[in-house]
Design a protein around this ligand. Sequence first.
Ligand code: ADP
Ligand code: MG
Length: 319
Amino acid sequence: MSELDLIRDYFSRIGVSRRDVVLGVGDDCALLRVSADVELAVSIDTLVAGVHFLPDCDPEGLGHKSLAVGLSDLAAMGAQPAWATLALTLPEANRPWLDAFCRGFGMLAAEHDVQLVGGDTTRGPLSVTVQVHGLAPVGSAVRRSGAHPDDRVWVSGTLGDAGLALRRLQAGEAVPSWVGNRLDRPVPRVELGIALRGIASAMIDLSDGLTADLGHILEASGVGAEITLSALPLSAEVAEDVAAADDWGLPLASGDDYELCFALPPDRCATLDILARRSDCRLTPIGVITEQLGLRCVRADRTEWRSGLLGYDHFPDEG
Ligand code: ADP
Ligand code: MG
């Protein structure tokens, strides 16, 4: 039973079926109709010490990241962030730690016009849960389920930097600060997500790695995809790691990049070129949606790179 099997089997049909639930379990956010013209997008994420971050990590970075991962889910729907709630479990009340945590959380919140409106504070092993709430005009939110054969697959930013930072940290190696920031202070692509309303046919944010997360788009849309490995946008550091052993693990299967991956009908790619010039991050076409199910990753010479790579699963084959 994988994490997703567990969610589907136990949590996808609890309670009644309300008419104002536009989209329930299964996407980056739930979509709830709150007025005739606006939908509320809601997502919640927990970061646990020892699983998602090191217990002695920089608290300012943790404050930033705990909000950033939620904003990234809003971005993946094209929703405009508005409110957040915060449930914090702390082993002790340490003022300098809390000052730094709130600074990181607060600066990112201010940047995206978000107000913290509630939460819960308890004593226990360190864990941070943030729920975010955003808004989108009715029918405009971009789901995972709209990809069609022949749509092009795009990603923002570069892939695998956070994975590289984590690997180096775990090996006790030096991490250049910009690589460390890619892990500790991800930049949620909120403006890009909103700009892709009505343009992208499907979208997800990359939290668990490209193969796993693009896999969710493919499954939800009932399609497959072919990715051109040489097209993947890589930083020089990740490119070097890939080239060393023809190992595409970092860009394909490491998590925490918080970039957007989206499908785009081919006739809209010109619109995207204009958007890319206005956007502050790199946008790269990396492949095509296919009728044939499954995900294929091909080298420039058309040979297939097989790895059986999966993203992070909190419950791999348990139960
Ligand atoms: P993401 O990586 O975008 O945060 P997840 O992989 O965590 O999404 O979750 C997949 C889907 O399952 C989401 O729609 C999420 O809301 C839902 N989900 C996860 N855990 C639960 C739960 N315990 N109860 C209800 N829904 C859940
Ligand atoms: Mg997500």
